[in-house]
Design a protein around this ligand. Structure first.
Ligand SMILES: [Zn+2]
Length: 415
């Protein structure tokens, strides 16, 4: 391939080798010390490439920096955001593999033994990448394209603009944050301190993705207290916490689960179940595109809890349920110009925007609700969060192209 952005891929390969897995059981910000180590390295790099006002915000651990405008008029300040942590999968000693000029049909061996493979029959997305250079895992870790791709693309765009001062641009703010994968990273995002008028997370999947509709989300923890007596004299006395847990799960609509839903359908997803006769704990996530739908699901959980408690005794089932984020469309609908500029940028580059709603959330879901409209742009990765993750170098270049095009289109907008 012709190399447009010389440092993009070397930068990415360097980043993915640095373990930045977050930890949902941690209470610190960032959740893991290794993220701080990486943020400090990025901070040095941003200073080296010539960014201004490079700092790590002590309250939220976002690394932010500014590229001052070189225009003679004011335009809206563009923000670019991505996350530095990787998902809940082995991330120790990541050894990215490069498959040059992929033929679009062969099975790619990830590990040397070929226990794990990328097979186009299993992953038809591979068919799109004929003739391209793929970066894959070596089978035992994830790749971390989510979202080291976004981080690399944003920093490379900044480096490119600094190296090419003839390209005119307004003020640009970048924000690289921790703990997106555990859903807490953006909780303390500081919109006034960031200082952008509109922003994008660069955290989407394949080329063309442009996301501004997300799930509305709640988390649910269920604690069940059983009554353990000797089985020989249990009749009418024993409450088997595991059985109550099974009853709870079976009371939820069996078809409203991730594996049986798609498109705009919501679900209840049992993530974890641990139990003995004595006690059991379950952890769920609840998702719906409509706010009313989310509320209805939460009401259903309360109803099931009440029914089980009236059957087994008050206090048998205890729930802790809280909202995580809301569908950003409620905010974005009043700022559709932010979507339009991204659409136009893609169309100018012959990329067809794919605006399907995300069956998940993004940091932009929260940040949009804080007052900064923040749709999500593609970063290029496929099969995120596991050993089958891969990204094409060409996709990452296109992400940089799109960001640069947005920068240029923004020059004609009024603050
Ligand atoms: Zn991500």
């Amino acid at each position: 391939m012709t190399i447009k952005y010389e440092k993009l891929i070397p930068r990415f390969l360097g980043y993915v080798k640095q373990n930045t897995r977050s930890d949902e059981n941690s209470t610190t910000i960032p959740s893991t010390e290794r993220q701080t180590v990486f943020l400090n390295k990025l901070k040095d790099e941003l200073n080296e490439i010539g960014m201004s006002d490079v700092k790590i915000n002590p309250s939220n651990s976002y690394l932010t920096a500014e590229l001052p405008s070189n225009l003679d008029h004011e335009v809206p300040v563009l923000g670019l955001i991505s996350h530095i942590d990787t998902a809940d999968f082995n991330s120790v000693d990541i050894k990215p593999k490069i498959v040059e000029n992929y033929d679009g049909k062969s099975i790619i061996k990830l590990d040397d033994d070929g226990k794990y493979t990328l097979d186009p029959k299993v992953f038809p997305s591979l068919l799109k990448y004929q003739g391209q250079t793929l970066i894959t895992t070596s089978g035992d870790t994830l790749l971390g394209s989510d979202d080291k791709s976004g981080v690399s693309e944003i920093i490379t765009t900044m480096e490119y603009l600094i190296a090419n001062p003839d390209i005119k641009h307004g003020k640009i703010k970048i924000g690289l944050g921790p703990d997106e994968e555990i859903g807490t990273g953006a909780d303390k995002f500081d919109v006034p301190d960031f200082g952008a008028d509109f922003a994008y997370t660069v955290d989407g999947g394949p080329v063309g993705q442009l996301e501004y509709e997300t799930f509305s989300a709640a988390a649910l923890k269920v604690h069940i207290t059983g009554k353990n007596v000797h089985p020989s004299e249990a009749k009418g006395i024993m409450i088997n916490a595991v059985q109550v847990a099974v009853d709870f799960q079976n009371a939820l609509p069996s078809v409203e689960v991730p594996e049986k839903t798609d498109g705009r359908q919501g679900f209840y997803h049992l993530l974890e179940l641990n139990g003995t006769v004595d006690s059991a704990d379950m952890s769920y996530i609840i998702r719906d595109f409509e706010r009313d739908g989310l509320e209805a699901r939460k009401a259903n959980v309360k109803k099931i809890t009440d029914e089980l408690n009236s059957k087994y005794g008050e206090g048998t089932v205890e729930i802790d349920m809280y909202d995580q984020y809301y569908n950003m469309i409620d905010v974005i609908k009043d700022h559709m110009d932010v979507v339009k500029i991204a659409e136009d940028a893609m169309k100018n580059l012959d990329i067809v925007p794919d605006e399907a709603p995300v069956r998940g959330g993004t940091d932009g879901s929260k940040i949009s609700y804080m007052g900064l409209p923040t749709p999500n742009l593609f970063a290029g990765g496929e099969n995120m969060h596991g050993r089958f993750e891969y990204v094409a170098e060409e996709s990452m270049e296109k992400a940089v192209d799109v960001i640069l095009e947005i920068v240029k289109l923004n020059n004609n907008r009024k603050k």
